[in-house]
Design a protein around this ligand. Sequence first.
Ligand code: LMR
Length: 329
Amino acid sequence: YIGFGFPDATESTAVDVEIVGLHEKFTLKFSHVVAENTPKGLAAAYFAELVSEKTGGWVEIQVYPNGVLYDAQEEFDALKNGEVQMIAPAFSEVTVRDPKWIVMDLPYLFDSEAKVEQAFEGSVGELLLKSIEREGFKGLAFWDNGFKQLTNNVRPIILPEDVHGLLFRVMPSEALFKTYQTVGAAAVTISFNDVYNALRDGVIDGQENTLSNIYSKGFYQQQQYMTITNHNYLGYVVLIDPEFWRTLPEVYQSSILEAMEEVTAWQRHHARELNKEMLERIAVGSNIEIYEQTEEERAVWRKALKPLYDVYEPIIGKELLDEFAKLQN
Ligand code: LMR
């Protein structure tokens, strides 16, 4: 017996008596900043559906997409203040709260999605979750989006010197600012919801994002050049308010964890497909010039950006870096 009846069930049964106290409906607000037709948007919606199914409607996840409630940094405070119960920020946003997460923003850290997966599922993932827990956030899972690509309006970006003097929008992670500075460009933080206008108005020359974000927010319509760089991985950590979590009956906690596991597995595969599809849509539906970085060019970028690894080593710490070193082997 796992359903516990639906919220409007009025009949009392023997089982109901045993689980008395459970008949309280729990509602969780889940805020995120991206469009619904993206890896995160779809995962959040699917998660809400599965949780409702698994708890017979006794736990309701209300999803607020597109940053309608908060921008990415405000979400952390809203979670702490109990205004929302779940968020799924990008790693770069987490670095503001926990600098150890900067490790995920080191340029060209991952050369394949398989490595990313290995990191999420192994000790790297465990260490990152433990670290963010100390800041008062309970991590439930890592969700994928994909690798970030570079768009701009000035010239094709092939080698590091091509970004000289350009201004890019980045998420508020110190390592991202430093990345651009290291190759002679500049970076500025703008909330995700304001990026489209900033591109349109020429406030910035370019931005970096996944194909699904570039497509769903129309950034490609305001940009002339896109380079497939795969220079950083854009992933998310699903966070829940630990105080709220403790108030949930164990049986609902299990349902949530189960739903999370199913969604995470589904999402991993789906994120890749979606980003591929969005690349096609961008190519077909616009005049943007798309250039794919070669292995040789990638090596030049890696070399130019290598100093960042030394800069952040003391902040990230040996324990975490050692785990990464094991991954690379
Ligand atoms: C951003 O550029 O702010 C986005 O990548 C945010 C997100 O959650 O994907």
